[in-house]
Write a protein of this length. Structure first.
Ligand SMILES: Nc1ncnc2c1ncn2[C@@H]1O[C@H](COP(=O)(O)OP(=O)(O)O)[C@@H](O)[C@H]1O
Ligand SMILES: [Mg+2]
Length: 164
């Protein structure tokens, strides 16, 4: 089952990231898909803020940024790579060490993650898609396995709008 929310500002996407973070556990992968400017890094900022990390910048140049918090996050952006081997980047080691591994442009990965986590798809609404078309984004969260889905249900991410 997938959960879809719509945000109308970067602040709201960050808030959703903070709420979503409650469903995360060490060893999860979060695969962030969507065009440039769709809101992936903004979402990561919200997630890490909730987990005690801070100072999120796009890791396009460094490839992997680390945010240490209650639950630590490794944040990779593979946009500049043709193909990336997850093992070369050490992403599997972060997973083994109990970090959350968040990856922008996971399509570039030569690695098929089989464990827990979520795919999160970001999409800009079309120009005529709403009252505030330039800022509206739909965010679709898709659990990667049954256990992750149960956690999402437990934290009731579907009802996040009621929590603010
Ligand atoms: N609803 C929204 N959610 C996220 N970002 C938004 C939204 N509306 C406008 N923005 C703007 O879009 C840009 C998203 O950038 P970023 O998060 O770096 O995207 P990505 O990492 O997907 O390339 C930022 O400039 C942000 O201020
Ligand atoms: Mg980005």
């Amino acid at each position: 089952m997938n959960w879809v929310v719509t945000t109308t500002s970067s602040g709201e996407t960050e808030t959703f990231g903070r709420f979503f973070a409650q469903a995360l556990r060490g060893g999860d992968w979060v695969l962030l898909q969507g065009d440039l400017g769709a809101g992936k890094t903004t979402f990561v900022r919200g997630v890490t803020a909730a987990l005690g990390g801070c100072g999120v910048k796009s890791p396009s140049f460094s490839l992997v940024n680390q945010y240490e918090g209650e639950l630590s996050v490794a944040h990779a952006d593979l946009y500049r790579l043709d193909k990336a081997d997850a093992r070369d980047l050490g992403l599997d080691e972060y997973e083994d060490d109990g970090w959350v591994v968040m990856v922008e442009w996971p399509e570039r990965l030569l690695y098929d993650h089989q464990g827990s986590g979520f795919r999160v798809l970001f999409r800009r609404l079309s120009e005529d898609g709403g009252d505030d078309p330039l800022n509206a984004r739909t965010i679709c969260v898709e659990p990667l396995n049954d256990e992750s889905e149960e956690r999402l249900v437990l934290h009731d991410v579907a009802c996040w709008e009621n929590v603010e």
